[in-house]
Design a protein around this ligand. Sequence first.
Ligand SMILES: Cc1cc2nc3c(=O)[nH]c(=O)nc-3n(C[C@H](O)[C@H](O)[C@H](O)COP(=O)(O)O)c2cc1C
Length: 392
Amino acid sequence: MAETFPTLFSQIKLGPLTLRNRIAMAPLTRQMAEADGTPNDEMAAYYARRARGGLGLIITEGTYEQDAFQSRAYLSQPGIANDSHQAGWAKVFDAVHQHDCKIIVQLMHGGRVSDPRVLNGQPPVSASATQSEGWSLYTDSDYEKQIRAIDGPWDKVTFGPARALTVEEIHQIADGFAAGAKRAVDAGADGVEVHGANGYLLWQFINPKTNLRTDAFGGSPENNIRFAKLVGEKVRAAIGPDKLIVLRLSQDGVDDFVGAWPGTTYAEAIGAALKGSAYDALHWASFNYLDNRQADDATPMPTVLRKASGLPVITNGGIADGPQAEAALTTGAADMVAIGRPIFAQPDWPYIVRSGASYDWAPFDRKYVVRPPLDYGLAYPLALTDPNWPAI
Ligand SMILES: Cc1cc2nc3c(=O)[nH]c(=O)nc-3n(C[C@H](O)[C@H](O)[C@H](O)COP(=O)(O)O)c2cc1C
């Protein structure tokens, strides 16, 4: 049994943490916190169930770190901005730690793609005064309207025009990330992941298409990544050397699936700029980690970043089974893998993979996104009612 996917199931030292294997749960927004952002018992059960499934690391769903500066991005999104949030997360961390699994909180700021319904009439903020052409996810089907009890014509929620942040505000937002990180570790988290991916605020700075600044925070790859580096430094100062700090990066945004990053050349510059930064590791987010949209180069983007930064890379995107995960680890594309949609559907994914048992790939369905009243029914592979797995 132990020889099945030997790299995947070997320990890894990531920053200050030793993880029992190389499988992370990717951050997955569920919108199941209380309306005020407090994590609830349902979330503790959901995360603990997946920790029990044999993961080495859980990276939580994107969490807002402060109430100011339009940080919140979603309805029912969890926060880590006040005592109530902190107490809620403490229950989640306790529940997860009982299963020998580490957990870090993903800290995010929605920037220009924050749901207008959580902005209280304020304009969203971004690197520059731009407006996303996309629309808010999760409210565009009858099923979702019904399941979330939304009345009225909610077919599309468009994003408003964003205003550019001042340099002073950039520093204040970075301070907010640090304060959120401090609350997270005070509540028992093993570290944090800074969300620089998927179209949100830090990505809007990293992406040359949305960052039109001409000051120290725009105009070159080194300047575009400066905000994310500043956040890393402030977070490190707040939580010290014994906690893990990861930076998540991606080419695409939730409102831009054509690949805003130019490809290899740009990733090399970003990776080089992150060398020696406060981050212990990078995390590549995509729907297919083998992608590289630079026409003359087929090297997977996480391979490029790993080489350029010299940092360990958690690689995510389209990894569905053991052979694919092991291949990512043994071909230079990853030090660890992060699994998203399969873990939504199959909390025992690590055990199932290690056992070599066949299992159904649960196709992604939007029903996994919103408050999941059917979570446990959907989540459990029917053929495995009582796996009684040995320790992993
Ligand atoms: C419903 C849903 C919610 C997601 N929420 C987040 C999130 O909160 N933070 C984040 O960085 N990525 C988020 N992602 C992206 C996933 O982490 C991951 O990159 C994506 O699902 C591809 O990985 P997979 O092929 O293993 O599913 C989300 C994806 C989905 C489908």
